[in-house]
Write a protein that binds this ligand. Structure first.
Ligand SMILES: NC(=O)c1ccc[n+]([C@@H]2O[C@H](COP(=O)([O-])OP(=O)(O)OC[C@H]3O[C@@H](n4cnc5c(N)ncnc54)[C@H](O)[C@@H]3O)[C@@H](O)[C@H]2O)c1
Length: 419
């Protein structure tokens, strides 16, 4: 197994992998087309919350990490891992980043190198889409001349317990020799490696994990709407159900789903099913529909709550707690909180947002990012908890805010209403 690694894409997935590989003894080049990111990386200025500046600085000091925006910077690598984005365009998978990464990489391939795709994508991408690109651009063939496989990434930004190293890693190859190479590579990076028999199984595994989460969140979201109308506390029912030691997994309602995974990945799966089989993946469609409506539902509930207090939304001061899409992280991509903020502002509310994890420039235009101190909390007509960051002082929130609409059940009291 060679020692030289190229990681294509230095984002939430690629940068932690690069840092862990440096720690494991590899010589690593991080390739990213975003020159501003490359500049920051080479100045040990991290933009990924889970990677501290000091970790980057230490990687530079080891002499075994550098970032570059030119693929030629990758030099003669032994292993290359691709971690570029896989967005949706008009509801369909958009593989253009994998495509351009594959085309740029192909001329650098030499016999015996290993290429692994980590980007989340539909089953068949590695073999049917990436392999031909690499073969055409290199004049080499796989299997035979180089090794190729897929390994889904399970990184959970902001999760203090489960990181890259202690989360089991599913690995696959297009043939037995590729699987063996890829397994040996990841065995140096993570504690447990889980080999599967094909790249399609590994690709589907990732989509199954995220679709499972998406569908179950939709289930409790819809249940929360009906339970509230029935006058039943859904949160208490969830707590009670969670005491069952088997056959139940806890999910809680919220203002919708955000980030790169849940709103996007299940649609990669439903697109593949529709295209290959002509069938609708009804679970995914239903879950999309329910979760997409949650920001609007939160706005509706807030309007009703203010109405009960004799206040119109227009002109009311609303302080939103949390802009990021998940707790204890600063990622705002596709965040339902941003959707809520925009909708409230459009309806004439005076909206402010507090989020200790988010840089001010990420706030939607016209919406001020403030600190959730005593004054902001007490002067708001309504405080809305959207993201349950531990760094908010919930005791203060419930003590000084006139009214709290809490979508994450972090607060209690007579001035608090739950989603
Ligand atoms: N963020 C997560 O929590 C997470 C978890 C599991 C899987 N994933 C998947 O991993 C993949 C990457 O996600 P991410 O969150 O790291 O994205 P990201 O946007 O944080 O980072 C991707 C990086 O790739 C760079 N890039 C784009 N095209 C490139 C190219 N052709 N060559 C070189 N660099 C290129 C971008 O500039 C960016 O810096 C996606 O498929 C995503 O679905 C993400």
């Amino acid at each position: 197994m060679g020692e030289k690694l190229a990681v294509v894409g230095q984002g939430y997935v690629g940068l932690p992998l690069a840092m862990r590989a440096v720690e494991a003894g590899f010589e690593v080049v991080g390739i990213d087309v975003d020159e501003r990111r490359v500049k920051r990386l080479n100045a040990a200025d991290s933009y990924v919350e889970d990677i501290a500046d000091e970790v980057l600085a230490e990687a530079h000091r080891s002499g075994r990490y550098r970032a570059g925006s030119d693929y030629a910077d990758a030099g003669e690598f032994d292993v290359c891992v691709i971690t570029v984005p896989t967005p949706l365009s008009d509801g369909a998978p958009d593989l253009r980043h994998i495509g351009s990464a594959g085309e740029s990489l192909a001329p650098l391939l030499r016999p015996g190198v290993t290429v692994v795709l980590e980007s989340t994508t539909y089953p068949g991408t590695t073999e049917e889409y990436l392999r031909p690109l690499l073969e055409t651009g290199s004049g080499l063939h796989a299997p035979g001349d180089f090794f190729l496989g897929y390994s889904p990434e399970r990184i959970d930004p902001g999760n203090a317990r489960w990181c890259l190293e202690n989360t089991p890693k599913v690995v696959s190859g297009i043939d037995a020799a590729s699987l063996e190479r890829i397994r040996a590579f990841y065995q140096r990076i993570v504690r447990d490696v889980v080999p599967v028999s094909s790249t399609q199984v590994a690709e589907l595994c990732k989509l199954l994990e995220n679709t499972f989460r998406h569908v179950n969140i939709a289930l409790v979201n819809e249940l929360s709407i009906f339970a509230q109308q029935l006058g039943i506390d859904v949160w208490e029912a969830i707590d009670a159900a969670s005491t069952k030691p088997f056959g139940y997994m806890r999910f809680t309602p919220g203002p919708g789903v955000g980030g790169h995974c849940l709103p996007i990945d299940p649609s990669y799966l439903s697109w593949k099913v529709k295209r290959s089989l002509g069938h609708s993946f009804r679970f995914v469609e239903l879950a999309n529909d329910i979760n997409d409506h949650m920001p609007g539902h939160v706005v509706h509930r807030l309007i009703l709550a203010l109405n009960r207090r004799g206040l119109p939304l227009r002109g009311s001061r609303v302080l939103l707690l949390g802009l990021a899409y998940k707790a204890n992280a600063g990622d705002c991509r596709e965040s339902p909180a941003i959707e809520v903020a925009r909708a409230l502002a459009k309806l004439g509310a005076d909206v402010r947002v507090a989020d200790p994890h988010v840089d001010a420039y990420l706030a939607p235009p016209g919406i001020e990012l403030v600190v959730a101190g005593e004054r902001e909390l007490s002067e708001a007509d309504a405080v809305v908890v959207l993201t349950d960051h531990d760094r908010f002082d919930y005791e203060l929130v419930q003590r000084v805010s006139p009214f709290v609409f809490d979508t994450r059940r972090r607060c209690r009291g007579s001035n608090v209403e739950h989603l």
